[in-house]
Design a protein around this ligand. Structure first.
Ligand SMILES: C[S@@+](CC[C@H](N)C(=O)[O-])C[C@H]1O[C@@H](n2cnc3c(N)ncnc32)[C@H](O)[C@@H]1O
Length: 385
């Protein structure tokens, strides 16, 4: 496996500029920054971070492939669930977070148009200006007649709305804190720069919230255990509750319920980097050129609803979710076209197989004042959270 810098001089220059930017942050902070601050800059530093800069990330020529990129049938199933919600709210909208290339929005809108159930607006909340541009190009070229319905936002709409909130592989891209448990302390991971190379440093944490959260996990964890916590997850889930008057949020990502997330076997945590379709665990190299992710603790997502109007409406894995929404029936429609059917079947396998995305990816549904049955969660596993 080669994790060396690419040949492309532009990519190398970009990497060095981001390194210099993070280095300056480290010097300003007196020699070290938290891993959360490092991940924030590595992914989202204005014009420089992995997601903020304009390089190709998605698909065969990029670093990773996401479910909506694999097959339009994924988005068609999601559209089915959206349709049920849009039919039971007033003037319903869809809000999609972190929309990648815009292909999921394209395929969802296409299906909803066919079923005569379009949302009044399709909002995309996207932090990255360069991704916004890619999304606009995709939507404009693929569904020009629906383009005027789509609106890009840097943050949530200011007025409450009814409808559906979608986030596919967004939670895993949020900066996390990394910790290690000792027999009498909680250490936080920091990043230093020595001889132009980023290095780990651990020290006793002075962050009381992190300490409390990790101490609460102590009964699950052996001494020496290293892992991550997403400190912004709870506020993010609550902010969605503030804006959605009635409807459903569907959050899809790789992750586990807490007992599996903090399983003794995962004692080095869940950080995962993606560079040219290679997955590895070192976020301190290839800055700006690789994606950095952490798995999602879905119990934490469910807990974030406590004290809000959210109801955890369902939790299941991706395979169950898609099968319950008619993935195989949708695929069968293409049987007459042998080549197309074969290619689509290969993509469907990747979406469903336990060794691929079917089991590792989970779907959680958070509903608010919604009194309908949700087909996607027919095989409900909320008991595992
Ligand atoms: C792995 S990509 C997933 C893209 C797309 N949803 C897909 O499935 O192909 C992660 C996306 O999440 C976005 N993101 C991360 N945190 C976000 C936040 N707080 N609000 C909006 N987007 C966010 C990133 O900018 C990036 O576009």
């Amino acid at each position: 496996m080669s994790l060396s810098l690419p040949d492309d001089p532009l990519a190398i220059e970009h990497h060095h500029r981001l390194k210099a930017y993070i280095n300056a942050q480290i010097q300003q902070a007196g020699g070290a920054i938290s891993f959360q601050a490092f991940m924030e800059s590595a992914l989202y530093a204005p014009q420089l971070g992995y997601y903020s800069a304009g390089m190709r990330k998605f698909g065969a020529g990029g670093d990773f492939v996401t479910a909506p990129e694999l097959s339009a049938l994924f988005s068609q199933c999601l559209a089915k669930q959206c349709q049920a919600v849009l039919n039971s709210v007033e003037n319903g909208v869809i809000i999609e977070f972190g929309a990648g290339t815009g292909i999921m929005a394209t395929d969802i809108l296409r299906s909803l148009a066919q079923w005569d159930c379009l949302p009044s607006r399709y909002y995309i909340v996207e932090l990255s200006p360069s991704l916004q541009q890619v999304q606009q190009e995709t939507l404009k070229s693929q569904v020009p007649e629906l383009f005027s319905r789509v609106e890009w936002l840097q943050q949530l709409p200011s007025e409450p709305v009814q409808g559906v909130i979608l986030a596919n592989e967004v939670l895993d891209a949020m900066p996390v804190q990394r910790f290690q448990l000792t027999d009498d302390d909680v250490l936080a991971f920091y990043v230093t720069a020595e001889m132009d190379i980023f290095q780990w440093q651990t020290r006793s944490t002075n962050d009381n919230v992190l300490r409390q959260q990790v101490e609460a996990l102590r009964p699950l964890l052996p001494v020496g255990y290293t892992s991550e916590i997403n400190p912004t997850l709870s506020a993010w889930v609550q902010s969605l509750a503030d804006i959605l008057e009635k409807g459903l949020a569907i959050l899809i990502d790789y992750g586990f319920p807490r007992a599996e997330y903090y399983h003794p076997q995962r004692h080095q945590g869940t950080l995962m980097c993606h560079y040219r379709h290679q997955a590895h665990g070192d976020p301190l190299i290839l800055v700006g050129l690789q994606d950095i992710t952490a798995h999602v603790d879905f119990t934490a997502v469910a807990e974030a609803t406590i004290g809000t109007d959210w109801n955890v409406a369902g939790y299941t894995n991706q395979a169950n979710f898609l099968l319950s929404l008619g993935l195989m029936e949708a695929l069968a429609q293409y049987q007459a076209d042998e080549v197309r059917y074969y290619n689509m079947s290969q993509a469907v396998k990747r979406l469903l197989l336990p060794s691929e995305m079917g089991e590792l990816f989970k779907v959680i549904g958070l509903s608010k004042h919604l009194d309908i049955s949700l087909a996607g969660f027919t095989l409900d596993q909320r008991g595992r959270l």
